[in-house]
Design a protein around this ligand. Structure first.
Ligand code: PGA
Length: 248
């Protein structure tokens, strides 16, 4: 049985002070949870402070991006070593917002996953189709292309997949549990055909996850957790998502 994994993705939200406020409120709400892995991913600038407050807790820390070079003249970018020294264990990569607004291709995402793993960071790799692609029945083709491009020359050690249909992100239009399971099963099928250890890889669902719908999504055999945007910004609601994701 794969252990549930619930990750927050705060995107460009919360100052350092607001991050500390969240963490102080969140820790007591989930302090006894050992059967769900939890991660928060604040903006870069808050990581180091967050790490200090999370030390010794059951909550892990991740970044939302990393650059694909180790160091050098790349103004404005952040390296894997910097994330490690800030206290991160994970990094979210290939999010559809990065693909859309920052022109990240599968090739770029692949380089980022590679350098993250090489430096000892675990990666949460996001894939997912647009509404148009789904309506044109190209969903599986799009997922296969993203998987093969982003996972080129990589083994699955240290990688979690997040299936995030773009039409469900921030829209309140959650995929049904059947739609999520179908996509996850397809992803797992692709992994079985192309990589070792496919059955131990966790596949998270992302896209309008809430405290109300998470248990139903988690009842599907292929849904191993969630990547949560909007509903991860409030300690109560994120804690409730964690609690409701526990296996019965
Ligand atoms: P949402 O975002 O939960 O606000 O839909 C999910 C994500 O983009 O990771």
């Amino acid at each position: 049985m794969r252990k549930p994994f619930i990750s927050a993705n705060w995107k460009m939200n919360k100052t350092i002070e607001e991050t500390v406020e969240f963490i102080n409120a969140f820790i007591p709400l989930v302090k006894d949870i050992t059967d769900v892995d939890m991660l928060i991913a604040p903006p870069f600038i808050s990581l180091s402070t967050a790490a200090g407050f999370l030390k010794g807790t059951n909550i892990k820390l991740g970044a939302q991006n990393v650059f694909y070079e180790e160091k050098g003249a790349f103004t404005g970018e952040v390296s894997p070593a910097m994330l490690l020294s800030a206290g991160c264990t994970h990094v979210i990569l290939g999010h559809s917002e990065r693909r859309q607004y920052f022109m990240e291709t599968d090739e770029v995402v692949n380089k980022k996953v590679k350098i993250a793993l090489k430096n000892g960071l675990d990666a949460i790799l996001c894939v997912g189709e647009s509404l148009k692609e789904r309506e044109e029945n190209r969903m599986f083709e799009v997922l296969d292309k993203q998987l093969s491009g982003s996972l080129k020359d990589l083994s699955m050690d240290g990688i979690t997949i997040a299936y995030e249909p773009i039409w469900a992100i921030g829209t309140g239009k959650t995929a049904t549990k059947e739609q999520a399971n179908e996509a996850h099963a397809h992803i797992r099928g692709w992994l079985r055909e192309n990589k070792e250890g496919a059955d131990t890889v966790r596949i998270l669902y992302g896209g309008s996850v809430t405290p109300e719908n998470v248990a139903s999504l988690m009842s599907e055999p292929e849904v191993d957790g969630g990547l949560v945007g909007g509903a991860s910004l409030k300690p109560d609601s994120f804690a409730q998502i964690v609690i409701n994701s526990r296996r019965k």
